[in-house]
Design a protein around this ligand. Structure first.
Ligand SMILES: [Zn+2]
Length: 297
């Protein structure tokens, strides 16, 4: 994927809390040792929040320290930076995804409320409790923020066997913002009944977020940067799409289960199978139509 070299990036949409400035780890780390952590990774891959895992509630966390965000702003100022530097590319994707949803809401007479993405690399206090980087990326409905440890993108390849690449990472970001949209539309709270299984609301929520990621992918090159008035994303190639689909399959519940336990148990699915995840990402991608993403129908 390619970004407009001259576009301005909006780093105010990202709170950089890397460098150990997160919530204190003492006594509030995720428990359970290695086995527990692995279970949590599986449970939360692209998940919604650590709520269901019994994490104690925490207060909304303050923004990244100004000095740290200033450094991000210096590093990531243009689309040229997004084409060259990994963390800047994530900033650009956050900008593009939110610009897309701002337009989509506006066309429907609604107002999109932006949500920041928090970069973190050590335990961080969130509105949903203290999260360890090993939980993987997630969206916290309570504080309306997306949390991403950029190291997860390496894990996506080493542990989940995805091919990776810029667009695989973009898919993850767009999926998490899909949960934010669901939070704004009320789908998220209506669907959280704590159940699992191939036809559960949890799976339908996740598949809808995949479909929403496909919507963005379809519309990315047509989404105008509010500052420049031209598209921030200038190219999404077939290889990009293939890598997005590959990532969707790599985090399918059946893929993860067969790797972790050598068998597949649909009753405990929370995110959907590889085929389902690819199917709904594709639905969003091919139609570009919000109405087509009715995974509850
Ligand atoms: Zn999710």
């Amino acid at each position: 994927m390619q970004f407009d070299d001259d576009a301005r990036l909006d780093t105010s949409q990202v709170q950089d809390q890397r460098g150990g400035s997160g919530g204190g780890p003492s006594g509030k780390m995720l428990g359970g040792g290695i086995a527990g952590l692995l279970a949590i990774v599986v449970g939360l891959v692209f998940g919604i929040s650590p709520n269901q895992l019994g994490l104690s509630g925490g207060d909304d966390t303050s923004a990244g320290t100004p000095a740290v965000n200033a450094e991000l702003a210096r590093t990531c100022s243009t689309g040229r930076d997004a084409n060259a530097v990994d963390e800047c590319r994530i900033v650009a994707v956050v900008n593009s995804v939110q610009a897309y949803w701002t337009g989509e809401f506006s066309r429907r007479g609604a107002t999109y409320r932006p949500a920041p993405t928090v970069f973190f690399d050590s335990p961080v206090r969130t509105g949903c409790g203290v999260a360890d980087p090993r939980t993987g990326p997630f969206y916290c409905p309570a504080d309306r923020k997306v949390y991403i440890d950029l190291g997860f993108f390496r894990t996506l390849q080493t542990q989940f066997g995805a091919k990776g690449g810029p667009f695989a990472e973009s898919y993850v970001v767009a999926h998490e913002y899909g949960h934010h949209v669901q939070n704004l539309t009320g789908v998220l709270s209506a669907a959280q009944d704590g159940r699992s299984g191939a036809n559960s609301k949890s799976v339908r929520v996740e598949l809808q977020a995949d479909c929403y990621a496909g919507l963005w992918a379809k519309n990315a090159t047509r989404t105008l940067n509010p500052v420049t008035g031209s598209p921030l994303v200038t190219a999404v190639t077939d290889d990009d799409i293939a890598r997005g689909l590959d990532a969707a399959a790599a985090v399918g519940d059946d893929t993860i289960q067969s790797r972790a336990q050598g068998r597949v148990s649909p009753d405990s699915w929370t995110h959907g199978s590889a085929a389902q995840r690819q199917q709904w990402f594709t639905t969003g991608l091919q139609t570009g139509d919000l109405a087509a993403c009715d995974t509850f129908g």
